[in-house]
Design a binder for this molecule. Structure first.
Ligand code: HEC
Ligand code: HEC
Length: 223
């Protein structure tokens, strides 16, 4: 299904206690993510993601609700994918300069906990929704739709390709996020970059078309 053309070079994260899983199955990636989630890599500062985010019901709704506006201090507030929001949190709370790999593993872990939850852009069931943040998400979807028309539509109909967004993170031979896949997909066009706003906008557009569909579309996520 997904043909990988470029090898993803895995760069070891030099932190104590977090073994880098080889490019193995999704189960290993999820287990690695659970470890990042539950324990800080810094022995002097044991506060981990799970220390603050202990409400399982809330975090199991995250995968279904992203991309979403993150109200960070200006000028950083913006619509982000779950991977990008996790990367921002890994940078901030764990102080890691290169957060992509831990963020990918944490994203896989959170998706595994959200399997079956219906996609609900911008909204976690039972949590308050803020109008300004939903408006920012609408604008992101609009930008994503225009980008899609310019950069993707010549090869993909949105209705057929959108569903592929639910197959990530995946380990089809190697671990991959949708962001990294899109970041190097069709390199003859200007690369988008996994962490950028255009990537978040395109994914926001794809997810807006998937409302109601269950998270975790890849059979790899089945127990
Ligand atoms: C010291 C407490 C604390 C720690 C540690 C922490 N967070 Fe958070 N996190 C928060 C708070 C508070 C929010 C904010 C609620 C908001 O802004 O909407 C938040 C929001 C988030 C969100 C956005 C959720 C949403 O629905 O919009 C994500 C994703 C997230 N954190 C991931 C992480 C990850 C991954 C880690 C570990 C690397 C982590 N956080 C560590 C306190 C923490
Ligand atoms: C020049 C044609 C072309 C363009 C432009 C293009 N793609 Fe693709 N895309 C392909 C082909 C061919 C494949 C299947 C082979 C592969 O994975 O590279 C594919 C695969 C994909 C997949 C994986 C599908 C799956 O089932 O796993 C996604 C998601 C995707 N494209 C999204 C996009 C998005 C979003 C854009 C715009 C930013 C885009 N593509 C632009 C040709 C294109």
């Amino acid at each position: 299904m997904i043909v990988r053309s470029v090898a993803l070079v895995l760069i070891a994260v030099g932190s104590v206690g977090h073994a880098l899983a080889a490019a193995g199955g999704l189960g290993e990636l999820v287990a690695e993510g659970e470890e990042w989630w539950k324990s800080s890599p810094d022995p002097r500062d044991p506060v981990a993601c799970a220390t603050c985010h202990h409400d399982r019901n809330e975090t199991s709704g995250w995968a279904a609700s992203f991309p979403k506006y993150r109200p960070l201090p200006p000028p950083e507030g913006r619509v982000m994918t779950l991977l990008q929001a996790n990367a921002e949190a890994v940078r901030r709370h764990y102080g890691l300069a290169d957060p992509e790999r831990p963020a990918l593993a944490i994203t896989a872990y959170l998706v595994s906990r959200g399997v079956g939850v219906p996609v609900s852009p911008g909204i976690v069931a039972g949590q308050p929704a803020f109008e300004g943040r939903l408006r920012a998400l609408d604008e992101s979807v609009g930008r994503g739709e225009r980008l899609f028309a310019r950069r993707c539509r010549s090869c993909h109909a949105p209705g057929t390709v959108a569903g592929a967004a639910l197959l990530f993170p995946s380990t089809d031979g190697q671990v991959d996020s949708l962001e990294a896949f899109l970041g190097r997909h069709r390199p003859e066009r200007l690369p988008l970059g996994w962490d950028g706003q255009p990537t978040a906008d395109i994914i926001a557009f794809l997810m807006s078309r998937l409302a109601g569909q269950p998270v975790g579309g890849s059979p790899e996520y089945s127990p």
